[in-house]
Design a protein around this ligand. Sequence first.
Ligand code: ABU
Length: 480
Amino acid sequence: SPVMIDGVALNGPTLDVSAAEGFIQQSMAIIMEDAVRKATNVREKVCEWRSPEQLKELLDLELKDGGEAQSKILQRCRDAIRYSVKTTHPRFFNQLYAGMEPYSMVGSFIIEAIKPSLYTYEVAPVFTLMEEAVLKKMMEFLGWEEGGDGIFNPGGSVSNMYAMNVARFHHCPDIKELGLSAVPRLVMFTSQECHYSISKAAAFLGIGTKNVYVVPSDKRGKMIPAALEEQIKKAKNEGAEPFMVNATAGTTVLGAFDPIEEIADICEKYNLWLHVDACWGGAALLSKKHRHLLKGIHRANSVAWNPHKMLMACLQCCAFMVRDKTGLLQRCHSARASYLFQQDKFYDVSYDTGDKSIQCSRKPDAFKFWLMWKALGTSELERRVDRAFAMARSPEYANVCFWYIPPSLRNMPESPEFWQKLHTVGPAVKERMMKKGSMMVSYQPHGDKVNFFRMIIISPQASREDMDFVLDEIDRLGQD
Ligand code: ABU
């Protein structure tokens, strides 16, 4: 007879594992067919566009009291895949990530099946060691011969925020306990082309967006070192305290690399923390041919680098690394929760890495990169990076930025009316390509430039024919 407590039967498990297994197997078959085979087939659509209203109807989103039959749930899985954008499709050029990476994907599946949280060695022994190994290898590519410290984070924006927090703590350690009232007006420096996460982090951390001094960039989008020095002097003359410079290796729109070596000289002169946001451009370090773009990165105090971008690890996979080896990351963020980080454990508690993080639960994202790196080897990663560079043939990186001039504008002089009309071409062509589902390329205005296309080349599945297709398709879609 059932053991009842508070009206709830407690004897025996209520999860039918063999039914769960059957469901997982059937859903895996759908994933293989729809999310892997079809999604990466160049003859299939990149997206099946529906408006939010249409999609709400199609997906029947309301959550109800009763559960549904498995066959219905399997159909829901198919629909979720069908109406999602296939970022693994060879003609998805929209973001700084793309393409299907099978080893990393299997790593993701394993993580979801095992469900570890990377705060203590006790619950994540394997993944703790893998994170350490991946960070060590990445630091070798940074040229940090003495090593350093680091953790993986949910997003490059978070890594940049870590950098700002650690740099500030390094500059005034009292801030952790005494807060903002204990510090003078702190100012940091970054280029006009930097990622918007710098400004967000300044707001979030109480630095203030107006205390992020913007340094002009040259035509290619690279920070001008002399202008950086000017800004530092200006801040000092105002009585503010400079504490950090953010250099970008691979800017989001233009793919530009700031001159790290020259910036490092200035940081050394003024005793400023140098952070390099290499979320996008870090992958170039794997290429003997292109690593010169990051010359001087070994002098950075911290680096953010996202293997989920050019290196194609599954989302998210974002490393934040500091050159410090004295435990700065831990001191800056630790809260010493005694229920989790007991100091009298039976193993070496330095392997409990969680207190370096501002999170509690943390996914072992490094595993997704470790598994693919093991499978492919450094040489294949390098080949992929070199291929993306060669395919893009862009002045800097894998960002190909261009205007498409439709027939009606081709004989028009470059007047304000011309630029105003050209500004409307990107959004119109984008709408047409998405509704057709043939490809995805991004567009944006930038500085004083009206909307232009930004095509990002990553996937080793994308071919020379796909490059031609993009140009022909924009020409087809752009007819007036
Ligand atoms: N975090 C930058 C990624 C945005 C983009 O793909 O353009």
